[in-house]
Design a protein around this ligand. Structure first.
Ligand SMILES: Nc1ncnc2c1ncn2[C@@H]1O[C@H](COP(=O)(O)OP(=O)(O)OP(=O)(O)O)[C@@H](O)[C@H]1O
Ligand SMILES: [Mg+2]
Length: 298
């Protein structure tokens, strides 16, 4: 029997370091491997290095130490043409998608495949969308199908964020890198949008690496959680093994407060019972149940 070769890791970083031009060290000695098709959430306090890691993985920053491997290639050691091909296989979701003024939603979504289209097809699409049906379908997964021909500068920040996600769904890359992709969405829409990214990863086999502010969202959707703090890896665990103690230590600089999707509701619900684990578990454990059903409470 012929055993097919194992797919290259989607992301393979070793002893990764990043020192910004002003001398600030954003990442220090980070080693992380994400298998093809794997889903990993990156969490940690503000300034931990989440965006820096995703920008290094997304090939927009060059590491100052260590090595970064993307889909089996070293982006800084391959020819420009190969680099273009590699970039087309990586989908980036930005916190605030950069969109030129007056661009229509359909064009913004179709831009997801510009890297893999011929020049002729890409130019034709600027004149008239070559695959409006495809863009419509991707937007529909985020509840935005009716905005297909709207101008992007007439959308809200949350709608624009969802257009950025639809663009990556349409792109269908092998690796999705999402930096706080739902920060402008309310909890219900955020859940739907992360669900759409996860469904894409499951259907296409794409790896998904996302930084998330809301820890409950990360634990609900991602089997593996990476905790970053001060540019270093603090833990790398299955979601079910992430304890309240680990989270409190990770967010120690923020007074041990672990950010959730709806902090105000949770805090109000906890009230004076916040120190009573039994009472707290009744109000705070719901969305944080571990994969094995073990309740994890904040
Ligand atoms: N262009 C830059 N020049 C200098 N320092 C930078 C630059 N970008 C980021 N940093 C610093 O690097 C560290 C990591 O920043 P990064 O944006 O990766 O954090 P983060 O975890 O994404 O934070 P947040 O949750 O606030 O988005 C921070 O201390 C930040 O001040
Ligand atoms: Mg960030």
């Amino acid at each position: 029997m012929v055993v097919p070769p194992a797919a290259a890791p989607a992301l393979d970083v070793e002893a990764l370091g990043l020192v910004h031009p002003n001398g600030h060290r954003a990442l220090d000695g980070l080693t992380l491997r994400v298998a093809a098709g794997e889903r990993v959430a990156i969490i940690g306090p503000s300034g931990a290095g989440k965006t820096s890691l995703l920008r290094l993985a997304g090939m927009s920053l060059r590491p100052t130490a260590g090595r970064v491997g993307v889909l089996g290639s070293d982006p800084w050691a391959i020819a420009p043409r190969a680099l273009r091909g590699l970039r087309a296989r990586v989908g980036l979701v930005h916190q605030a998608p950069p969109v030129p003024p007056r661009l229509r939603v359909v064009t913004a979504v179709l831009a997801g495949r510009l890297g893999s289209w011929s020049v002729a097809r890409a130019l034709a699409s600027l004149v008239w969308p070559v695959d409006a049906a495809g863009a419509h379908e991707a937007l529909g997964r985020l509840g935005l199908a009716d905005r297909l021909f709207d101008r992007c500068d007439r959308l809200s920040g949350g709608q624009l964020q969802r257009v950025g996600i639809a663009r990556v769904l349409y792109q269908a890359p092998d690796l999705i890198l999402a930096d706080e992709p739902v920060s402008a969405l309310d909890p219900t829409l955020a859940d739907r949008a992360v669900g759409a990214l996860v469904a894409q990863s499951q259907a296409s086999g794409a790896a998904l690496v996302a930084s998330l502010h809301a820890v409950d969202l990360a634990l609900r959707w991602f089997p593996r959680i990476v905790g970053l703090r001060d540019g270093t890896l603090r833990f790398d665990l299955p979601a079910a093994d992430v304890t309240r103690e680990l989270l409190s230590a990770l967010y120690a600089a923020e007074g041990g407060h672990v950010p959730r999707q709806d902090d105000t509701v949770a805090v109000r619900a906890l009230g004076d019972d916040a120190l009573d684990p039994a009472a707290a578990s009744q109000v705070a454990c719901g969305p944080l149940d571990g994969r094995d059903g073990r309740p994890l409470c904040l």
